[in-house]
Ligand binder design. Structure first.
Ligand code: FES
Length: 226
């Protein structure tokens, strides 16, 4: 199988495609494929030339940390949760997320996700839990990996602009539901950085590896029931 990877040496250099032949097991994940290619002392591309190891990022290798988010065959996905046997055709294309600045090869700078949460003070500190809290929804919203896949697929998200996307919207719900006295202030921030510009494409929910029901968080804000 051919594996075509969009590579880039540094943040300021030009990207280029490089192809490799993968003859490892079909049960491997895309993370496994990248490891397989990188494993050899001399990494050889499809033109028979020696090349550098592919830069990419991972930690847990079990769909928990979100580090391995990339675009695989045109679909934003986690490399450790996407398997060769499920990829159609004889070629797999892999490119870095397009909404974030590339650092090197498949490694991107997703710090804007955390920066947007910091700027709006959207984090859970000490809180008082009401007896009527929707624990199930809070638990789901808290599963966000901040992997950026929801932002990659969102037609409205542009890195550095004022629309912060689904990752922000779910944290708004989480923080507001645990700090009811701040709910008014958080609803305003939610509207400013999410509600007013979301076009309800909801493709964010299709690609979310944790299956977070963003639409349910939106409904809570729309009905004022946090
Ligand atoms: S390496 Fe952690 S989600 Fe893939």
């Amino acid at each position: 199988m051919k594996v075509k990877i969009l590579r880039q040496v540094s943040p300021v250099s030009e990207p280029y495609w490089e192809s490799f032949t993968y003859d490892g097991p079909e049960e491997n994940s895309i993370a496994g494929v990248l490891d397989y290619i990188n494993y050899h002392d001399d990494v050889i591309n499809d033109e028979g030339k020696s090349t550098t190891r592919i830069g990419w990022e991972c930690s847990c290798l079990q769909g928990i940390c979100g580090a391995c988010a990339m675009v695989i065959n045109g679909v934003p996905a986690l490399a450790c949760e996407t398997f060769v046997k499920d990829c159609k055709g004889k070629e797999i294309t892999i490119r870095p997320l397009t909404k974030f600045p590339v650092i090197h090869d498949l490694l991107v700078d997703r710090s804007s996700i955390q920066e947007n949460l910091k700027k709006t003070d959207m984090y859970v500190g000490e809180y008082k839990q009401g007896a009527d809290a929707d624990h199930e929804h809070q638990y789901l919203a808290a599963k966000c990996l901040k992997c950026g896949l929801c932002l990659e697929v969102c037609p409205n998200y542009v890195n550095g602009e004022s629309f912060y996307g689904a990752a922000f919207a779910n944290d708004c719900y989480l923080v507001a539901s645990r700090n009811r006295d701040k709910a008014g202030e958080i609803t305003k921030l939610y509207g400013e950085h999410f509600g007013k510009d979301c076009s309800k494409a909801l493709s964010c929910m299709d690609v979310c590896p944790m299956k977070i029901p963003t639409i349910a968080s939106m409904a809570k804000f729309n009905r004022g029931r946090l």
